[in-house]
Ligand binder design. Structure first.
Ligand SMILES: *Cc1c(COP(=O)(O)O)cnc(C)c1O
Length: 359
């Protein structure tokens, strides 16, 4: 066998790069992945360990993850029967693209936004239709509506609060976009707990709306990989066909359920993150050469106007603070995104950044 592997691979993959995240050395301050920076609450950890002790790991897990979906339903107020869980919401994005994407499908993506939508749409052979946000990173309804009305539009990917801009999309706009398209509208609410605005209340009236949520951010379970999807019956019925059985392992199902049952434990952490977001926002506005975008999430986007963002990013990295730099993304030229960490981490970030910008 001396064939060129590239002749075997699907043509959609030829031009794609694999998604790579560098592994970071221990001891650096990680403000690049929008994780909850606080120690996982001890009582929740105890609850998870207690469940783990009796877990029947020699048996396949509940393929429908019924118990977890019921807990999620208690949290969201949306019926468990119309909730699907996934191995992180990333898996649900893949499942949605497998269900509705594919060759010939147009996937409309207002951006800059979360890069995974485009990557996964391309993976299934769908055509990505990017629509630029305006200069304040708000949706330009006139341009977007023109694209979503195209008869081949299968999916419109919205993110609110949007990663990386931190902007909420007004619910009236979400509803208007749903009404303007024959396709489905996916609203990614990964940062819901920080923005406190949700479309769950209008979901029943919008048969083509799909809401995505995750345990990776406010609930501090990024390492566990669990997300969920809320939608109406007809959508759920189709998405189930493209879902793998047993996608959520027994450990994950039980851990996520315990975290939800004790969700009050995360409230003080979320409050601290929000208070510090306001503090970091104000401090950034006092530094020279930055434009700061107001955020409804647990991160802040800012633009460097006096020196290249790449240089600022590398200097911060050398000082042991890792934030997010957007190498090639259009619409984010000279921008950096910082996740709100613990108070001490934020202080270190602000101090190092101030030194870099004023030297
Ligand atoms: C972090 C993030 C997710 C979470 O993905 P998981 O696979 O659940 O960890 C989803 N959407 C957006 C916009 C995100 O920023």
């Amino acid at each position: 066998m001396n064939r060129d592997i590239e002749v075997l691979v699907r043509k959609e993959l030829l031009d794609l790069k694999s998604y790579e995240e560098p592994s970071l050395p221990a001891g650096v301050i990680r403000l690049h992945a929008n994780e909850n920076p606080y120690p996982f609450p001890e009582t929740v950890r105890e609850g998870i360990i207690n469940q783990l002790r009796d877990l029947e790991i020699s048996r396949y897990p509940d393929p429908a993850a019924k118990a977890l979906r019921e807990s999620i339903s208690g949290y969201t107020g949306w019926p468990a029967a119309q909730t699907i869980v996934g191995n992180g919401s990333n898996e649900l994005i893949l499942t949605l693209m497998l269900t509705f994407g594919g060759p010939g499908a147009r996937v409309v993506i207002p951006g800059p936004t979360f890069s995974m939508y485009k990557i996964v749409a391309n993976l299934t052979g769908a055509s990505v239709v990017p629509v630029s946000l305006n200069k304040d990173y708000e949706i330009d309804m006139y341009t977007l509506e023109r694209e979503v009305k195209h008869p081949d539009t299968k999916l419109v990917m919205l993110c609110s609060p949007n990663n990386p801009t931190g902007k909420l999309i007004p619910l009236e706009q979400v509803a208007q976009i749903c009404q303007s398209t024959q396709g489905l509208v996916v609203l990614d609410e990964a940062y819901y707990e920080f923005g406190q605005q949700t479309a769950v209340g209008i979901l029943q009236d919008l048969p083509n709306l799909i809401i995505l949520r995750t345990f990776s951010k406010a609930f501090g379970l990024a390492g566990q990989r669990v997300g969920y999807m809320l939608a109406n019956d007809a959508v759920i019925a189709q998405v189930k066909k493209a879902s793998l059985p047993y996608n959520l392992n027994a450990f994950t199902q039980s851990a996520a359920k315990v975290a939800l049952e004790q969700s009050a434990e995360f409230a003080p952490q979320i409050e601290a993150i929000l208070a510090d977001r306001n503090r970091v926002d104000a401090a950034l506005r006092n530094l020279p050469g930055l434009v700061v975008y107001p955020s409804s999430a647990n991160f802040i986007l800012f633009k460097c106007t006096q020196r290249p963002a790449g240089e600022v990013f590398h200097s911060l990295s050398e000082a042991g603070v890792i934030i997010r730099y957007f190498y090639e993304a259009s619409g984010l030229e000279n921008c950096l995104r910082v996740t709100i960490g613990t108070k001490e981490e934020n202080d270190t970030f602000l101090e190092k950044l101030s030194q870099i910008l004023t030297r």
